[in-house]
Design a protein around this ligand. Structure first.
Ligand SMILES: Nc1ncnc2c1ncn2[C@@H]1O[C@H](COP(=O)(O)OP(=O)(O)OP(=O)(O)O)[C@@H](O)[C@H]1O
Ligand SMILES: [Mg+2]
Length: 456
């Protein structure tokens, strides 16, 4: 900015939007004062931190007011905004928008090379920087800081100069001061492909999703597909299926596999009855996620898509349509992964199906998978009584992975509290409790040859 002013032989009049009072009409006076100064001194007018205005409820009107005031200003006006102003400023003639966006993958790689080269001698980097550049959408400044951070991270390990992928991941995550936690929850991914028990084709789809991220750089940049496919390079995924079948778990598996953060957003919580408010929430979530390239996990996504059929008045329908359209547009523009999860696939709108790349349908596990889940969920250290008949448990009860987890955990606590081993008796009683929660009524038959352990 100063560079341009210097070239034109003038100076900059900086209007810091963080210091403007938008809550009432005071901003008009504040703005006029700056404007007058710029006119008198023939300065360039620079509206800095413009994005602050978007927090105002009435921001559209206020932006228009400000633009109106600058209409007769003969000099140049620069608007510096972190959030996109597309569409709002565009309506005003004579404006040119320059998106000084996050640099593309190749540029990021060059920046990584440049800043890490400065650490040569102090550190030994044995990580493919292509992968790192591709994974984290950092600005040049963030890359510089991440590289410097590496030094501290590695120093704290003492004795070794070697930089691992984990160190770099940490350095990158340190740069991302995410505010997302206000609208969503950051989940520390825990599960891996080893933990989840699912059908082979579902597992393959999860792998394919991971590969889309892992090989993005290769396909889009090295192989030039970015020239053919400039938009919609993000990945939108739908997970549908009954409760407890591993939808949330799978999102963690993916996050773990590709080493990205996971943000869980409860859709019903961000839906607002006020017009425009839902979009504002979505907008915040996407723009903040953008920096960390986080995986966005929208749970109970049907709440937004289902709305269209539920609402009655045409006014409401209109608002709901806008919300859905907005979400779709943001998902398409988002370069990372968006996962939508639902128990109610039938409530998901058709427009959405056309835009997703993967639909993973989670189903209740069959007998064979249930047996594997039973065995998988009990840790090797846990004291097990010999009498547990896993074949019987797997065959007799049509439980989800979530149910089995509850049963296993609850019987383990029973065993710990009574200083005994986890036994068939404890498990069967926990099965009964779990299924009764869902309204099932039991008879002796439900426990077959083991009924004596439950009814005695
Ligand atoms: N396929 C599975 N393999 C192994 N464990 C599973 C599986 N499905 C579920 N579990 C266990 O059940 C727990 C709950 O599953 P999860 O939260 O992923 O279900 P969900 O499909 O997201 O359910 P909801 O629709 O209620 O959100 C998991 O943390 C895990 O311990
Ligand atoms: Mg879930």
């Amino acid at each position: 900015m100063n560079h341009i002013a210097h070239k034109q032989g003038s100076t900059v009049c900086l209007v810091d939007f963080r210091e403007m009072q938008f809550s009432d009409e005071v901003y008009i006076q504040q703005f006029l004062k700056c404007l007058r100064q710029a006119i008198i001194k023939e300065q360039i007018l620079c509206l800095d931190y413009f994005e602050v205005i978007f927090q105002d409820e009435d921001y559209l009107r206020k932006i228009n007011k400000i633009l109106e005031l600058t209409e007769d200003f003969k000099g140049t006006v620069f608007i510096l905004s972190e959030a996109s102003t597309r569409g709002i400023i565009k309506a005003h003639k004579k404006s040119v928008a320059l998106f000084l966006d996050i640099p593309d993958g190749l540029t990021r790689k060059t920046l990584w090379d440049y800043y890490t080269a400065q650490l040569a001698g102090q550190l030994e980097i044995q990580v493919d920087l292509n992968v790192i550049a591709n994974k984290y959408l950092l600005t040049p400044k963030q890359i510089r800081n991440a590289a410097q951070d590496l030094n501290n991270i590695v120093l704290s390990k003492k004795g070794s100069k070697a930089v691992t992928e984990e160190d770099i991941n940490q350095a990158c995550l340190n740069q991302i001061l995410s505010k997302l936690s206000e609208k969503g929850t950051k989940i520390k991914p825990f599960y891996t492909f080893d933990d989840i028990v699912i059908e082979d084709n579902q597992r393959r789809m999860l792998m394919d999703i991971c590969n889309r991220v892992k090989y993005k750089h290769k396909v889009y940049e090295e192989w030039g597909f970015n020239k053919k496919i400039p938009y919609g390079r993000g990945l939108t995924v739908l997970f549908s299926g009954p409760p407890g079948t591993g939808k949330t778990m799978s999102s963690e598996v993916i996050a773990n596999e590709i080493g990205l953060e996971l943000y869980k957003v409860e859709v019903p919580q961000i839906i607002s009855k006020y017009v425009g408010e839902t979009e504002k929430n979505l907008k915040e979530i996407f723009s903040e996620a953008k920096n960390s390239n986080a995986i966005l996990f929208f749970d109970e996504a049907d709440a937004i898509f289902g709305k269209r059929s539920e609402v009655k008045s045409s006014q409401d329908r209109y608002a709901a349509n806008i919300e859905v359209a907005y979400l779709l547009q943001e998902m398409e523009a988002y370069e990372g992964i968006t996962i939508l999860a639902t128990n109610l696939q039938e409530n998901i709108d058709e427009v959405f199906f056309r835009r997703i790349q993967f639909h993973v349908q989670f189903t209740m596990p069959d007998r064979e998978l249930r047996k594997k889940i039973w065995l998988k969920l009990i840790p090797p250290e846990a004291p097990l009584s010999e009498d547990i008949d896993f074949d019987f448990l797997a065959q007799k009860y049509e439980l989800s992975g979530g149910n089995i987890k509850n049963i296993v955990v609850s019987s383990a606590f029973q065993a710990a509290a009574t200083n005994s081993k986890i036994s068939m008796k404890l498990i069967l009683n926990a099965v009964k409790d779990e299924l009764q929660k869902n309204g099932k009524i039991f008879t002796k038959e439900d426990f077959g040859e083991y009924s004596f352990l439950v009814y005695n």
